[in-house]
Design a protein around this ligand. Sequence first.
Ligand SMILES: *Cc1c(COP(=O)(O)O)cnc(C)c1O
Length: 403
Amino acid sequence: MRVTQRFAAHNYDPLPVVLSSGEGSWVTDVEGRRYLDCLAGYSALNFGHCHPRLVARATEQLQRLTLTSRAFFNDQLPVFAEALTRLTGKEMMLPMNSGAEAVETALKVSRKWGYEVKGVEPGRATIITMGGNFHGRTTTIVSFSDDAAATGGYAPFTPGFRRVAFGDVDAVAAAMDDTVVAVLFEPVQGEAGVVLPPEGYLSELRELCSRRNVLMVADEIQSGLARAGTTFACDHEAVVPDVYVLGKALGGGLYPVSAIAADRDILDVITPGSHGSTFGGNPLAAAIGAEVVQMLQEGCFQERSIEMGRRLSAGLSGLVGHGISALRVRGAWVGLDIDPALMTGRQLCLALMADGVLAKETHGSTVRFAPPLVASDDDIDLLVDAIHRGLDGGTGYPAGRVA
Ligand SMILES: *Cc1c(COP(=O)(O)O)cnc(C)c1O
C-alpha cells in the first residue's frame, strides 16, 4: 500500500486491502485472508475472477496472435463482431478498449450522423445527457458531468451538451430542438448508486427519440451483460436503443474490451481514417469478447442474476427504516442508502471488509453491491448477514476470513 501510494498518483482512495489472487466470487489478500468480492470490478467481473473458460480461450489466443492493428485483417475480429451483432440485434459494431473510448465513439458517431444523415447545420449538433450521469473520465465526457470532483480543474470543457434530470421524460422533450442528434443515458445509473428510472421511462424515451429522429444511445457499460437480470438493462422495458455502448464485462474481467453496436445506417458514417484505435479489435480482445458473448447466449447468467436479486431483496428489505433509508435492486445489483446519522458508506465498507466482504461506497452514504454472477446462495447469505452486522456496528471478526 505504502509503495503504491508513494509512486502511483492518488486518483483513487482504496480500502486498505492488498489482493493477490482470485477465483470465482472470492479474492485472497497477501496475508491469506479471503473476501467475497461484491464490487466485482464495477461489474467488469460479472463472470467472476479467472473464469476457467475465459482463461483457457485467452491463454490459447495469447500463444497464437495478440495484435495486428487494424491496418490488416485478423481472424478473430469477425467472430467477435458477428457474435456481438447477434447478441445486440444490431447490424454492425465498432470495437474499442475502455468504456470511455466507447462512449467517445458513440458521441462522435452521433454527431456525424446528425450532420450527414439528419441534416443538422454544421457545428451545431447537441447531445442531451442526464443529471447524475457517469460515462467515464475523458475531457469531453466530464464536460457533461455534474460531479464536482470529476470536473474541478479540468476546464475548458467541450460544448454541445444539454443536461436534464434523469427519469423525467418531459425534461428531455423540453430540451429537444432541431440541433439535437442524440440522447445519451444509462438505463440504470450505476455510479450514482444503482438509481432506477421510473417504470415506463425507457419506453417513453424510446418513443420520443423515434418521433424526433434523435438517436437513443444507451450506455450499458455497467448495466448490461446480465448485471441487471437481463442481457441489457433496456430489456427491462423491452426497449431497443439505436446505439448500445458496451464495455466492462465484455472483457470478462481479463482485458479491456469495449464496443458500440448500431445499425448500418448509423455506423456507415464512419469511414477509413475518421476514427480508430491501435488496440481496438485486436485478436486477443476479440477472442475474449467472442467467448463472453457466447457465455451470455448459452449460459444462465441472466436467470441467475434475477435469482440473486430476489435473495438480496428478501434479505435486505427489512433494513429499510432500520439503518438504511432506501434500497434499490435490479438483478444482482443493489444500491443501499445508509441513514447518514448511523454511519458513512465508507464506515460500512470498512466494517464489511473486516467481516470478509469487499464493497465500495459511491456517494457519501450510498453503497453499491454487485456480486459476481457466479456467487452461490451461501455467498449471498453471507453478504446479507455481513450487511446486517455491519449496520449493527460490530463484526465479531478480525480482518477477512482465514483461509
Ligand atoms: C465504467 C463506466 C464507464 C467508463 O468505462 P472505463 O472503462 O472506466 O473507461 C462509462 N460508462 C459507465 C456507465 C460506466 O459504468
